[in-house]
Each structure stands twice: as structure tokens, then as C-alpha cells.
Design a protein around this ligand. Structure first.
Ligand code: PLP
Length: 388
């Protein structure tokens, strides 16, 4: 009997089911004309710097604007990336750079370049929901290691306990989605030691590199001399500059990583959108004041949300992550009833289950999707759901 063709087994775990129920309720609510504050998605209300916007890139200024860009990236953008990394004190050689279509694509390219099906990757949990699927679609096994949800966990011991002979990489994202925490210097050193001891790739997800709320920029883990030959870092303009729809980011790395990354990129998207690469040049070259203003505003919004929730203020990023246990009623064992109550009050939040298997009772809140005034209205709407 002929059968319809199958889809790849590696897609089996890619469901977005945890969230779709809530999203459907939110849609119905909006259709009824009721207000929904979207604190679930990691985006920003801010428009990007004017010179970086789509409408600012003109064919008249850039003949061939809509042609393919070179696979490695538009030369003007590669120049701007090098200038920015140099300004930050961490220069990277030109041949080590690769422009990608945002970090989601960049990390997929990295996964294809460095991993074989069956390889295990240490995934400190909770984590950015898409990274699990990116690894799974490559056929690799994400090994969830809960370390981020509480302060003071012995990161080195936890990671060591999860290493097997199949482990080939450690994924590190700091500032962190979803907790808003940042690795301390000691934790960075611990991760570097684990990677070096077991000959692992260290995959640094730098999505929130510019969104830190302390006195000074943290030193990136990839700049640690001990990982020079075993790191790959992935950056994006999405979060820093409000350019998520532009799909522009970049990757660099050491050892044998980059020829492989550059090879895979050709067969993925070939190049990132050329008009947006040209806009990105302006963001990187002229965006420092924009970033400073954004850090001040986002940091303040994050602190207001943390105060309402009784959490430590975020150290960076755009999210807070909390255990909903104090807000659950008798017999409720996961965060879903709480999320439904929040939505009844007009606030859409993300189930923690999408950030790791241990986090069914947890909830993620994004503090950068709404302008400050609307965000405060959202917090006010949420307050009664938190009342004991
Ligand atoms: C930790 C982390 N990495 C990577 C990404 C992907 O960013 P993009 O594909 O927009 O560049 C995100 C987006 O939410 C993220 O939170």
C-alpha cells in the first residue's frame, strides 16, 4: 500500500503547543475588542535609529540595493562590525566574521557546522525557547542543566554532572533570556573550565550583549583567552537596536569553526537581506547613544516589574522569570491557571515550560515590548492577579 511521505523525525519535538492555547484565548479577547498587553514576546516598542530603518536605504544611494550580498557579508557591514568590536576592546579578524540572518538563523548555522546528529549539547536551563528546537532539528540532544533560576547554584558541578562521552558543546547566553540574570566572573570561569576540560565548543549567544544595567559592559565569555580556539559567538541587531524584523546578525569564532560556518551559511540563506545589512552599518557606527538611552529606560522598566513581583532587579536582557507558586490556588500544580487569570486581566505572559522541562510552574515576562506608560498600565492590570 503506498503511504504518504513522512516528515523528518527531528521535527517531532518542535511543537509550540504550550503557548498556542493561551495565544488563541488572547486572540479571541482582542477580537472581542478587549485590551491585551503583550508581555510574552521578546521584542521592543522602540523604532530603530532612523539611519538604520528600511525606508532609509535607497536604490539611488546604493545601486544594486536588492541584489545578493556577498556570502560573508556586505563589506561595509563587515567594516562596521570590526569597528564596533574594536571599540568594545575585543577586535576580531576579518576572516573570522560571517554575517547571518539574525541569531535564530546564525545559531542554526552554527549547529549545522559544529554538531552531528546524536551529539549532546549542555543547555543551561531555563533557556531561550528556540534554542532547544534549533539543536533538536539538527538531530543533536539538548541536555538541560538547571542553573539559572536561582542564585548561588554551583554551575561547574551541575555542568560536570551532565557531561557524557557524547557531549560536544556548551551553550551560554548572558545577559540571559529568560531570567534577566548575568553570569558572574566566577561562573564565566567555571564554564570556561568545563569547556576546556572536556574539549567542548563554547557557543556564546550574545543576543543581549548591549542590554546590561550595571555600571559597565560585562566582558564577553568568548573573549576569555582559554576559549580562543573553541568558541563561536553569535550576535544580532534585533534586541540592541530594535531591528528584529531586519534579520541581521553576525558570527565569529576560533579554531576550525569559521570555515565550517561560512560553508553552511552558503546553503542556508546564502546572504542576509542586503538593504538591512546597509542599515545595520548605521546602527553599529552611530547607535551608541541610542543604546545608552535604551539601557536606562529598559533597566528602569525591568526594576519596576521586579519590584511588583518581589524579584531581584534584572541585571540585563529584556525578561524576568518567576515561580508562580505563591500565586497558585489549592490543587493548582502548574502555571497555566495563573497565566489564564493574568490573561483575564489583559496580560499575556509566557509559560515557563517553554524554557525547560523543570519550569512548568514558572512564568516569563518581557519588560520591553510596551512603551513605559503602557507598560505601567500592564503592571497595574497584573497586580490584582498577584494579590494573595
Ligand atoms: C537568547 C536569544 N538568542 C537568540 C535570539 C534570536 O534573535 P534574532 O533571531 O532575532 O536575531 C533571541 C531572540 O529572542 C534570544 O532571546
Amino acid at each position: 500500500m503506498p503511504r504518504p511521505p513522512h516528515v523528518a523525525a527531528s521535527t517531532e519535538t518542535l511543537s509550540t503547543r504550550v503557548f498556542s492555547q493561551l495565544a488563541a484565548r488572547a486572540r479571541a479577547k482582542t477580537e472581542r475588542g478587549e485590551r491585551v498587553f503583550p508581555l510574552h514576546v521578546g521584542d521592543t516598542y522602540m523604532e530603530p535609529p532612523a539611519a538604520a530603518r528600511a525606508e532609509t536605504q535607497l536604490t539611488a544611494d546604493h545601486p544594486g540595493l536588492h541584489k545578493y550580498a556577498p556570502v560573508q557579508g556586505e563589506p561595509a557591514l563587515l567594516d562596521a562590525i570590526q569597528r564596533r568590536l574594536e571599540r568594545l576592546g575585543h577586535p576580531v579578524a576579518r576572516e573570522r566574521l560571517q554575517v547571518v540572518s539574525g541569531a535564530t538563523s546564525g545559531l542554526s548555522v552554527i549547529a549545522e557546522a559544529l554538531l552531528d546528529p546524536g551529539d549532546e549539547v549542555l543547555l543551561p536551563a531555563p533557556f531561550w525557547p528556540l534554542i532547544r528546537g534549533i539543536l533538536a532539528k539538527r538531530g543533536a540532544t539538548p541536555v538541560q542543566v538547571p542553573v539559572w533560576h536561582e542564585a548561588g547554584i554551583d554551575v561547574e558541578a551541575a555542568l560536570e554532572a551532565a557531561v557524557t562521552e557524547r557531549t560536544v558543546a556548551l551553550y551560554v547566553n548572558t545577559p540571559h533570556n529568560p531570567t534577566g540574570r548575568m553570569l558572574s566572573d566566577t561562573q564565566v570561569e567555571a564554564m570556561v573550565r568545563v569547556a576546556a576540560r572536556h574539549d567542548l565548543w563554547l557557543i556564546a549567544d550574545e543576543a543581549y550583549q548591549d542590554l546590561w544595567f550595571g555600571e559597565a559592559a560585562p566582558t564577553p565569555i568568548w573573549a576569555h583567552p582559554e576559549v580562543a580556539d573553541r568558541y563561536v559567538a553569535c550576535h544580532t541587531l534585533s534586541k540592541s537596536y530594535g531591528l528584529a524584523g531586519a534579520r541581521v546578525g553576525y558570527v565569529h569564532g576560533g579554531g576550525a569553526a569559521m570555515p565550517a560556518v561560512q560553508g553552511v551559511q552558503t546553503f542556508s540563506t546564502y546572504c542576509a537581506p542586503r538593504p538591512m545589512q546597509l542599515g545595520a552599518v548605521h546602527a553599529l557606527d552611530e547607535g551608541d547613544a541610542f543604546l545608552a538611552a535604551r539601557r536606562a529606560e529598559f533597566g528602569a522598566m525591568g526594576r519596576r516589574a521586579a519590584e511588583l513581583l518581589g524579584l531581584e532587579p534584572p541585571a540585563g536582557g529584556t525578561f524576568l522569570f518567576f515561580d508562580a507558586a505563591p500565586y497558585l490556588r489549592e490543587g493548582e500544580t502548574d502555571a497555566m491557571p495563573f497565566l489564564e487569570r493574568a490573561l483575564d486581566h489583559g496580560v499575556l505572559l509566557t509559560p515557563g515550560a517553554s524554557c525547560g522541562e523543570r519550569f512548568g510552574r514558572w512564568v516569563r515576562l518581557c519588560f520591553t515590548t510596551l512603551d513605559p506608560e503602557t507598560f505601567d498600565a500592564a503592571l497595574e492590570a497584573l497586580a490584582p492577579v498577584l494579590a494573595k
